[in-house]
Write a new protein. Sequence first.
Length: 268
Amino acid sequence: MGQPFKREGDLRDLRSYPRWLQDVVSSTLRQKQRIVEHDFFFLMREARLPKAALRRFLIGAWPTIEQFPRFMAMTLKKLGVGDSPGEDLARRFLIHNIRVEQKHADLWIDWARAVDLTLDDIKGADGIEVPNTLTHWCWYVCDSGNTATAIAATNYAVEGLTGEWASLVCSKPTYAASLPEEIRVSATRWLRVHAHYDDAHPWEALEVIATLLGASPTVAEVEMVRRAIRSTYCYYELGLEYPMASLMHGSFDETASNASTLGALDAA
Ligand code: FE
């Protein structure tokens, strides 16, 4: 590593990170925004998603949610105490957040119950190859990529993007208010913990990446991080086709109601 990096500015301020990492974040921003502003999440916020679409979303994303602590464990197993300041930081970050992500998996199941899905339903789901591309990518990059690249693809890109659309959904009380009162708190807890504006997870991931690669990494190292983030966004967006399919290709009755569902977006 060339010049080392140690953060001095605020954790949640992009200017606290090396120039190269600021460039990576800004050059991938448009791709991220396209997903954050996807119709699917606006419909979720407005409580206009047909139940079938939400069920498909909860089923399709489950393998990524369930395996997230495992992705982190694959990275963790490569890190010994005292290997380098960046590896020490990565180790502490992963050990702490593996527990957090286990909790998030439990909260996902609570959300799934709101649309009458059991754990057996989501575990036994078939035909989810398209959203599973994200899971396979995360597994691959955490198994074979270097630590900075693996953390960029998962803890920065997946969690950062997820936090932003969850914030969008929680920016109005409409979705929560659409749920029966007795399940409202439990069914929206996953959304709320990810929407929490000062959720530090993706920022801490950036700090780990910067500390691992330093202030002046090679062009090849920078490109690996950038490509990993882009790949995550690409597979994430692709995965949304699975729940969107139930809006686009439903039966005649579903299509009629979906037309008005999509039309409602203009008014939102
Ligand atoms: Fe999470």
